[in-house]
Design a protein around this ligand. Structure first.
Ligand SMILES: Cc1cc2nc3c(=O)[nH]c(=O)nc-3n(C[C@H](O)[C@H](O)[C@H](O)COP(=O)(O)O)c2cc1C
Length: 232
């Protein structure tokens, strides 16, 4: 039997342990979740200039991207729009407002960011680490050895969930609406990269199975890979 002092000490120890576990959990969470800097809604070039200049780039300088640049790129292709607070509006259109699109990034050289595979969360504008490996080499192999991709510090992977669209729009949703949704998101990234003085290219030549394996996808299907870097 414990006396009053013993019970008090036990309670103190239990509280200390709970506190320690919470701090430890917080530390783990902090490493895996990266809150992104607020995106800017103003650029230096006009939309017309960006559209005119846009082209595909396949040669990049050996220089890291900043977290601000990554944040801006992610927001542009999948972030919240004007009324994003209510969850209604995104920066790209989607048939029936379903938004069956997710963006992953294979990050290699982004300043202050641990290399790895991340998934974008548009609601809180953050990325979550889903794999600690730098998968860019695996991605090149999955894209039938398009070796120039290795120069890019980061690659975006656009994935879509056909079941989400086919539930409402049947075969047409899956075969037409979903690729259209993804295309608009990809184009946003293309234009935003150009506007930031960066370069990208849409890569559609890849093994679906291999990209699915790298990303650990189940029902979702990869549609496009877009390496981004500073053009040479
Ligand atoms: C759906 C799609 C798939 C593409 N796949 C690849 C690819 O696998 N590899 C590549 O180097 N370029 C790829 N491209 C880029 C095209 O080759 C490029 O857009 C085209 O040559 C026109 O050049 P521009 O983008 O500079 O105007 C793809 C483009 C699209 C739209």
């Amino acid at each position: 039997m414990l006396d009053k002092k013993g019970r008090c000490n036990m309670r103190k120890t239990a509280l200390f342990l709970i506190y320690f576990i919470l701090i430890f959990q917080q530390m783990l969470f902090c490493q895996n979740v990266v809150k992104l800097p607020r995106p800017s809604y103003k650029g230096t070039l006009s939309l017309e200039e960006v559209i005119f200049k846009r082209k595909s780039y396949r040669q990049y300088e050996n220089r890291a991207l900043s977290l601000e640049e990554l944040s801006q790129l992610l927001w542009s292709c999948a972030g919240s729009g004007v009324d994003g607070v209510t969850g209604a509006t995104r920066v790209f259109p989607s048939a029936g407002g379903i938004y069956p699109v997710d963006i992953y990034i294979a990050a290699g050289e982004v300043k202050t960011l641990m290399p790895g595979l991340y998934k974008y969360d548009y609601k809180d504008h953050l990325i979550t680490l889903v794999g600690k490996e730098d998968v860019r080499k695996d991605l090149i192999a999955a894209c039938y050895n398009q070796s120039w991709m290795g120069q890019a510090p980061v690659s975006f992977i656009f994935v879509g969930d056909p079941t989400k669209v086919s539930r409402r729009y049947s075969v047409r949703g899956e075969s037409l609406y979903l690729p259209l949704d993804i295309g608009t998101s990809c184009q946003n990234l293309h234009l935003q990269a150009e506007s930031l003085g960066l370069g990208t290219v849409m890569v559609g030549a890849f093994s679906d199975g291999e990209v699915k394996r790298i990303l650990g996808l189940n029902k979702q299907r990869p549609f496009c890979v877009m390496p981004v870097g500073r053009p040479k």
